[in-house]
Design a binder for this molecule. Structure first.
Ligand code: ACO
Length: 311
């Protein structure tokens, strides 16, 4: 690429400006954005499955309405994100094809089962809480369309996080059985939530370059630590505990020390061997096939409109 274009790109990034779709950008910058945004979009739509599992079994009309709204928001987040990825020159079909054939990833967290109603609370509080911690800095990502999509996504995620917290608080302060159900859900979701932030910094293949490009603003370990520090006092307010005997306030660091994460489990989930990987991908492929008639009808209608208006 001509030196002026490279210099212009570097200047925009280092001045905390925004790179826009029509601007020149290095191929590797484009590729890494497509990888991350696609993975993020796929996570949103696969993430609808574990919660959809509970819509028909929500304990009240109010809880059902909230859950439907949340799952619908996730579909919307997927759409903004696929839209943001498309501005980089890939088509939605191509991205979905890569998801369905296992050539692009989605977040490890959605490969765990939702066993009880309390899981809806733990997902909202922990999974959406982790998502916000990771995504608020992405509102300042150097790529304009991704950064702007994140603003609305984060606002909606805050609602999701609060509804999860409120749900868990209600269960935790309910009957003994309800309290035990809330604690069990937190026990099962805590460690997988910490894995959402990605591998430790010294094993994170993309972090250094993504931080230099100001796509990522903080490292995986920094955000994970921030999340732990936010969660500990909230756990206490919930009347629950975290399943980590090594959790200790570190006076010197002014942060919470926590136990070792089982990275072997994380690697297994990434390799497709988590408890629900197969089920999630199969359901996604089936939904796509069953939705073919909707896409065909929309395309036929659009073509008819074109001939009617004579364009
Ligand atoms: N689940 C699945 N794959 C992961 C995860 C995870 N939790 N964390 C990291 N990986 C993958 C990376 O995609 C990368 O694999 P690849 O090279 O095949 O693409 C590999 O592990 C190494 O990781 P990093 O080098 O650390 O990758 P990266 O710099 O992209 O950081 C992170 C990972 C933090 C997840 C980043 O991509 C990100 O911030 N993404 C946007 C947020 C997002 O996708 N959230 C989805 C879940 S939240 C929700 O949907 C509610």
């Amino acid at each position: 690429a001509p030196a002026e274009l490279v210099a212009e790109f570097d200047a925009v990034v280092s001045a905390d400006g925004r790179v826009e779709p029509r601007d020149w950008m290095p191929d590797a910058y484009r590729t890494t954005l497509i990888r991350q945004i696609a993975q993020h979009a796929h996570s949103e739509i696969i993430g609808m499955q574990p919660e959809a599992n509970w819509i028909t079994r929500a304990p009240s009309l109010r809880r059902k309405a909230i859950l439907i709204a949340k799952v619908q928001d996730e579909a919307g987040h997927g759409l903004y994100l696929y839209g943001a990825a498309e501005t980089l020159g890939v088509s939605r079909e191509e991205l979905l094809d890569k998801l369905h054939s296992g050539r692009q990833r989605y977040s490890s967290i959605f490969n765990y089962p939702t066993l009880t109603w309390a899981d809806m609370g733990a997902i909202g509080w922990l999974v959406d809480g982790a998502a916000i911690t990771n995504q608020v800095p992405l509102c300042r990502c150097s790529y304009g369309p991704y950064a702007r999509a994140m603003v609305r996504v984060c606002k909606e995620e805050s609602f999701h996080q609060r509804q999860g917290y409120e749900l868990l608080h209600t269960l935790s302060h309910g009957t003994e059985e309800q309290h035990a159900m809330a604690q069990d859900a937190v026990n099962r979701w805590w460690w997988p939530s910490l894995m959402m932030f990605g591998p430790p910094d010294d094993e994170s293949a993309h972090s250094a370059q993504s931080m230099a490009w100001r796509i990522k603003r903080h490292s995986n370990d920094e955000l994970r630590q921030r999340f732990v520090d936010i969660c500990v006092p909230q756990t206490e307010a919930l009347g629950l505990t975290l399943p980590d005997p090594d959790l200790r306030w570190n006076e010197e660091r002014g942060r919470w020390d926590f136990g070792a994460i089982d990275w072997e489990e994380f690697q297994q989930v990434l390799r497709g061997n988590g408890p629900c990987n197969e089920q999630r991908l199969n359901q996604r492929r089936t939904a796509h096939e069953e939705g073919a008639w909707v896409r065909e009808a929309a395309a036929a209608y659009a073509a008819k409109q074109l001939t009617r208006t004579g364009q």
